[in-house]
Ligand binder design. Structure first.
Ligand code: HEM
Length: 154
């Protein structure tokens, strides 16, 4: 039961992770293009995106601990050729997502400490763009050849 609930939340929270990340990138690139000050709103969206990603990370770790897919992987070690979804979730999904969220966290705290607005926008744009690419690559989209999961889960 808790497994199902965590899965539904983890599935839905991906959209908040993506939209808040995109919002942060819009703020960072618009700041760079318009050469404006780094405002409270830029800071809020950046911190929100990082916190949402951390929440998703926690639910992900919980899922990793209880998922029958992960348990099966570590018991049987099926190869990619046999059944790609098992190694995908046990190895690839966790590694790419963890790297993405660590990069977002580093970028966010670097931008927080910087005093020059241009530097802050640049740092945020760089770290969050890499984070977005990794997250997009590691999401099990319904069209993914490795592990296809539904857009929405109830
Ligand atoms: C922050 C970025 C993350 C995003 C956007 C994300 C997104 C997703 C999505 C969309 C699914 C498919 C859910 C479904 O089947 O309905 C999924 C499954 C899963 N995620 Fe993540 N995830 C993230 C991070 C993580 C992390 C860091 C871990 C592990 C520590 C993790 C562990 C898992 C596991 C184990 C499953 C499969 C669960 C199962 O089907 O039994 N996720 N993730």
């Amino acid at each position: 039961m808790l497994y199902q609930i965590a899965l539904v939340i983890h599935n839905a929270l991906r959209w908040l992770v993506l939209f808040s990340l995109l919002g942060t990138l819009v703020s960072a690139f618009s700041g760079l293009i318009n050469r404006r000050f780094y405002t409270k709103a830029d800071q809020i969206i950046r911190v929100m995106a990082t916190s949402i990603a951390h929440t998703q990370l926690l639910i992900g770790f919980y899922l990793y601990a209880i998922s029958p897919i992960i348990r099966y992987y570590w018991r049987e070690k099926p190869s990619f050729a046999e059944a790609a979804a098992f190694p995908f979730f046990a190895l690839i999904h966790i590694s790419l997502m963890l790297t993405a969220v660590v990069l977002m966290t580093i970028g966010s705290s670097k931008a927080k400490r910087q005093t020059d607005a241009r530097q802050q926008f640049k740092t945020t744009a760089l770290y969050f763009t890499i984070g977005l690419v990794l997250i997009l690559a590691a999401i099990p989209w319904p069209f993914s050849p490795l592990a296809a999961r539904p857009w929405v889960r109830w």
